[in-house]
Write a protein that binds this ligand. Sequence first.
Ligand code: NDP
Length: 449
Amino acid sequence: MTELHRELHDIYDEVARRNPGEVEFHQAVYEVLNSLGPVVEKHPDYVDTAVIRRLCEPERQIIFRVPWFDDSGTVQINRGFRVEFNSALGPFKGGLRFHPSVYLGIVKFLGFEQIFKNSLTGLPIGGAKGGSDFDPKGRSDGEIMRFCQSFMTELYRHLGEYTDVPAGDIGVGMREIGYLFGQYKRITNRYESGVFTGKGLTWGGSQVRTEATGYGTVFFVDEILRAEGQSFDGKKVVVSGSGNVAIYAIEKVHALGGSVVACSDSSGYVYDEKGIDLELLKEVKESRRGRIADYVEARRGTAHLVTSRSVWEVACDIALPCATQNELGGDDADMLIDSGCRIVAEGANMPCTPEAVKRFDAAGVTFAPGKAANAGGVATSALEMQQNASRDSWTFEDTEARLAEIMRRIHDRCLSTAEEYGQPGNYAAGANIAGFIRVADAMLALGLV
Ligand code: NDP
């Protein structure tokens, strides 16, 4: 780890002391503070007014019991979370994650990242995140519904289209959003479309929301390539994960002329020399909710399953980690660098460890951080909120064009801010600084709240 600016160091120490054991949260805070040295040199008032310290403390944290009956009639108990981190720019906004690894430190890291990501979009949305340690894998549809209903029976009182607007994340897709929204509607007796994003198209959802995070990540990389006078044409790409973000990243890479030759899930990775067959992957993952091994079996011959090693051993020009936090470490970075990879863009939140990012920087690999590269999901959620507020719905083409334009602006904002603060070409610094300044200025304007 690099040494922090003195005053930022004190703030980091305070965060680590007040939030013991929350290692992912510490990592996310350190990563942002690490970029802010030049900002506090230029504007010491951000330290004097305690705006950075306030940013590191969530406005509200909700932890609750989620009891539900499984199919055998046994009572199951999970823990639910919602961390409403910052609402200086708009209502709290951020997804819900259902995964057994979820605990307060994960929710806080994601909520903290969300503040800067949402700020960077230029749209009026604050930052939040939530979820549960519930594991949806292998659960029946009825169990998923009963869990979602119980979860919402507590959470509904904290939500509202002007208060807090959740969406999906790992383990929470359109099916879960449907059950959650249905229970909210039932309890409140209000068809408040704007309280959730990621809804189905026939009940208030937006075109392109399903595709937005993956498409947005690829649009961001396209901007990087364009700035270098290149394109996706003929580029070999490796994607990790095979969920929502990964699938639509693959779709857009193929549409732009690149070829994704490997993707993964938590049981291993598939290498497909002819390029991933997206229709088959969608059928296996979206319709059947199957495993990556099912894809290999159905592909008959051209694809290989590897369960004992990392997907990052596959040679590529561009790597898109789209699975989960800290999935790409220092050794993985070395393999990518050695195989000639030139661009790494985070479709997932914080998938690259600090050591991996350090090695990419040292090797001159362009690194696009998640809070910029995967902001297309939340940006399109904000477009969904706009359509709900005006009781309107836009076409796929119109919505996709807006998404592409938002990603272009985020890309340019990162570059120009990095340049202004003496770190040309450093997307991570540009994203952190630009995201920070917009939200910090709003906090200063709103007084000590
Ligand atoms: P999904 O649940 O749809 O997919 C997650 C994928 O990642 C699955 O293929 C899953 O495999 C894999 N995965 C999860 N945990 C691990 C692990 N420990 N090791 C290896 N693979 C793993 O989630 P999303 O695609 O929605 O989210 C992926 C990432 O993108 C997350 O970091 C999320 O926070 C981020 N993100 C998502 C947005 C969205 O709009 N959905 C917006 C912005 C960021 P398996 O099925 O085997 O668990």
